[in-house]
Each structure stands twice: as structure tokens, then as C-alpha cells.
Write a protein that binds this ligand. Structure first.
Ligand SMILES: [Zn+2]
Length: 444
């Protein structure tokens, strides 16, 4: 079972207190059927060889599904729509993993393959670009070290024959997944609310929630699964619960972080670390921009160059010391067992002036993130990256699209007002938790 290494999971169940009316049951069954339709749609479109490059990490699928019009046609709330997509994608990825391990076994057992053949096949199966282009019938185009390694494994083997063998193997094991059952559906915290001795569930009718009285008053804030028993007028809610064992050093719990230039990190509790980061980083980039000697001839012996290098090293050290110190302070104060942080945006050239641009560039190269990753490793803290798109404009309480103004976030739907970065960090935490629950459920 995956997840934090000090965590044990179990499922708890919740039940309805009074029989569920036929009409309400039908409303939930409709959602279950729609979720099934979304899943089958994803299976149909993304389980073939040609979609392999789209499913890792899956944003392409998510974007294409957003545009395909299916959600609008079904009138399905987005919480159910996207969870069904993630479920289906998880199945497709899991199926690819199983195909690969089956083929690896066949490669091991095939007496007609030489050790070099096996070495080649294992390499191209591990290197995703190789794997994809060979399955698509082409030759992989690799760069740098990968190219060299590929050329090395190609030596002395009949790549044409082996590629054909691999394609045959994949075709033999590739089956399109499909599901006929619609006995339930997943709900993330966005789609439900506990209260009044029961649970309110999002329904297809706009803004209307279905209230189901429950036999207990326990509340959870994670992805749950509603199982329907229409013949018995009842439901069962499955809740994966973690039983976390304490980290040997007392590190525990989960922290979501927003990352930025002006301040290195803001936590989901609103605490800031590295508020002077930009000063250090700008001092360095300004120095590089202004002092770099114009004439770089005889760079090693040029006295101007020597002085420049010494000055640059001094500023670099100051910046590194500051970053390290602030990360230590963060980890020692928060003592998290798991840290979630958003994936860095793709490098963009637009929108900044020259001075900031150099700084942004250095920031985007991920120095701060690499230091954080290193320090988490040293303390056995799990560091998890979450999908970052739209994360700063979404309301962390209700999920609606909000407005950002002067470092504040305001939600027009639920009236939440919060510092922008704190709102982002809360979303990071939520996405991280949803992701982990998804994985747990997938591996149950
Ligand atoms: Zn809101």
C-alpha cells in the first residue's frame, strides 16, 4: 500500500438512519450512471497506444475532457465529473503497469532472447519516450545522456525484430477497460457537507443538496465513496481513514505550501517563511547584470574577472545561507510528516521586466525547491507535488473561481476572504490530500 511510510489505512463505514425514498435513490443512481458514462468515455478515448503520452501526468486528458462537452450534456456537477476522470485514468495507468510487468515476465522466460536482447527491451520499456515511439512504430528521438544510453543498448541487437516483438506483446495484452456497474460514486469534500446529524450531497440540480440523516455524527474531510443499495433503500458510505504512527522525530501531520518570489513559502495556516528572499536573490542578479566585466578576454587572469567572481560568490553564499536557514525554520516549526507543494509553472518569458526576469528565471530553475526536497529527505518527510493549474484563483472553501486583488483573495460564491497565498496553500493541501486518498482507494 502506498502513502506515507508511517501511516496505516483502514476504511470506516457510515449508514443512513432512515430508509431512503425511491425518488432520492433515483437521483443518486443517476449520478452513479453518469459517473460510469464518464469513466467509459475516458476508457474509450485514452486507453489505446496512441494516448499513452497523454495519460502521464494526465493534464491533457483533463483539459480535453473539459472541452469535450460531455459534462454539459450530462449536467453532472464538476466534482463528480473530474473524480470519475481521475478514477478512469488511474485504472488506465494501472493497466499499463500490469501489461508492462507481464511483458517483463515474458521477456525473462523467453529462451530465444539473448542477454543483450533482454537488456535492450528492459531499457526501452523503462524509458517512456522510447516505449511510446516504438509502440507508435517509429524510432525514438532522444537527447543527451538518454541518447547515449539508447545507442549503447542498441549495439549488437536486432532492434527491428525486438521492436516488433514488443509491439506484438503489447497488442496481445492490451484490452480496453469498460465498466457496466453503477452501484456507487466517489465524492470529494467539495461535493458534501456534514451537518444536522447527516450529510448533504451535491446533486445534479443546481445548488440543491440531498440530505441524508446518518446513524452517527462523525465528520470526515476526505474523499468518500457512496455505495447504493436501491432494493434495500439504503446506502453505505466508505471513508478511508489513516491511522498515522508518529514520526520518530515527532514530525506529523500535513502541510500545504504556496511558493513565491516575494516570499519563499506560505503555509495553509498562513505562516510565512523566507519573506526576505527576493532581496537576496535580487542583490545577486543585479550584481551579475551590472558588474559582469565587458571584456572577458583572458578570463582566468583578468583581475576584473577575479574580483567579479569573488563578489558573486559572496552574494550567492548569502542567498544560499538565507534559503537554508528559512527552510530549516519552516520544517522545525511546522514539523510536518508530509509536505505538499504545487508544481512550478512552465517557464514563461512574458510579463516581467528585465530586472525581475533574471530573478524569475533563477527562481523557476527551482533552487529553493531543490533545497526543500533535500532537507525533507534528510528528515524522512514526504514531499508531494500537486497539480498547480488554477490553484491560486480557486476558493479553498467552496471551490468556486474567485478574485485576486492586492494580495487578497475573495470568493464571490461563499464570501471567503483570505490572503491570496494562504488560500493557495490551503488548495495545495486539499489537492494533496485528495490525491493521496485517490491513490489509497486505487490500491485498496
Ligand atoms: Zn468560496
Amino acid at each position: 500500500m502506498k502513502g506515507h511510510k508511517d501511516t496505516i489505512y483502514k476504511t470506516v463505514y457510515q449508514y443512513n438512519r432512515v430508509p431512503i425514498s425511491a425518488a432520492d435513490m433515483e437521483r443518486m443512481q443517476e449520478i452513479a450512471r453518469d459517473c460510469r458514462e464518464v469513466r467509459n468515455y475516458v476508457y474509450d478515448r485514452y486507453s489505446s497506444i496512441h494516448s499513452l503520452s497523454k495519460i502521464y501526468p494526465g493534464y491533457t486528458v483533463q483539459n480535453e475532457m473539459t472541452r469535450c462537452g460531455l459534462r454539459e450534456r450530462l449536467g453532472l456537477p464538476s466534482v463528480y465529473f473530474y473524480l470519475s476522470i481521475f478514477d478512469a485514468l488511474g485504472d488506465i495507468k494501472g493497466r499499463w503497469e500490469r501489461i508492462k510487468s507481464q511483458i517483463e515476465k515474458n521477456i525473462r522466460d523467453n529462451p530465444n532472447l539473448t542477454p543483450q536482447d533482454r537488456h535492450y527491451l528492459r531499457f526501452v520499456m523503462k524509458q517512456s519516450q522510447c516505449f511510446e515511439s516504438i509502440l507508435a512504430g517509429g524510432k525514438p528521438e532522444l537527447k543527451g545522456n538518454w541518447k547515449e544510453s539508447y545507442e549503447t543498448v542498441c549495439m549488437g541487437v536486432d532492434t527491428h525484430r525486438l521492436d516488433q516483438y514488443l509491439r506484438r506483446q503489447v497488442r496481445r495484452h492490451l484490452v480496453k477497460p469498460h465498466t457496466d456497474t453503477a452501484d456507487g460514486f466517489p465524492v470529494s469534500p467539495k461535493g458534501y457537507r456534514y451537518g444536522d446529524h447527516g450529510i448533504y450531497l451535491s446533486m445534479k440540480e443546481n445548488r440543491k443538496r440531498l440530505f441524508i440523516p446518518l446513524t452517527d455524527n462523525n465528520r470526515y474531510s476526505r474523499q468518500i465513496y457512496i455505495l447504493l443499495y436501491p432494493e434495500e433503500n439504503r446506502i453505505m458510505i466508505n471513508v478511508p481513514v489513516e491511522v498515522r504512527q508518529r514520526h520518530p522525530a515527532g514530525y506529523d501531520g500535513e502541510t500545504g505550501l504556496a511558493m513565491g518570489l516575494k516570499c519563499m513559502f506560505v503555509t495553509d495556516q498562513g505562516r510565512a517563511y523566507g519573506e526576505r528572499y527576493l532581496e537576496y536573490q535580487s542583490a545577486l542578479t543585479d550584481y551579475v547584470r551590472e558588474r559582469l566585466p565587458r571584456h572577458q578576454r583572458n578570463a582566468k587572469t583578468n583581475p576584473g574577472m577575479k574580483k567579479y567572481n569573488a563578489g558573486k560568490a559572496r552574494l550567492e553564499k548569502a542567498m544560499h545561507d538565507y534559503v537554508n536557514g528559512e527552510i530549516n525554520r519552516l520544517l522545525e516549526t511546522e514539523r510536518p510528516g508530509t509536505v505538499y507543494l504545487p508544481k512550478l509553472p512552465a517557464q514563461s518569458k512574458a510579463g516581467y521586466n528585465g530586472r525581475v526576469n533574471a530573478t524569475v528565471n533563477m527562481w523557476q530553475k527551482g533552487f529553493v525547491k531543490r533545497r526543500l526536497a533535500q532537507k525533507c529527505r534528510e528528515r524522512s518527510i514526504e514531499l508531494v507535488e500537486v497539480f498547480g493549474k488554477g490553484i491560486s484563483s480557486q476558493c479553498s472553501r467552496c471551490g468556486a473561481e474567485g478574485e485576486k486583488k492586492e494580495d487578497m483573495f475573495r470568493c464571490p460564491a461563499c464570501r471567503l476572504e483570505l490572503k491570496e497565498r494562504e488560500n493557495t496553500a490551503r488548495n495545495v493541501l486539499k489537492r494533496g490530500q485528495a490525491r493521496r486518498e485517490k491513490r489509497e482507494r486505487g490500491s485498496l
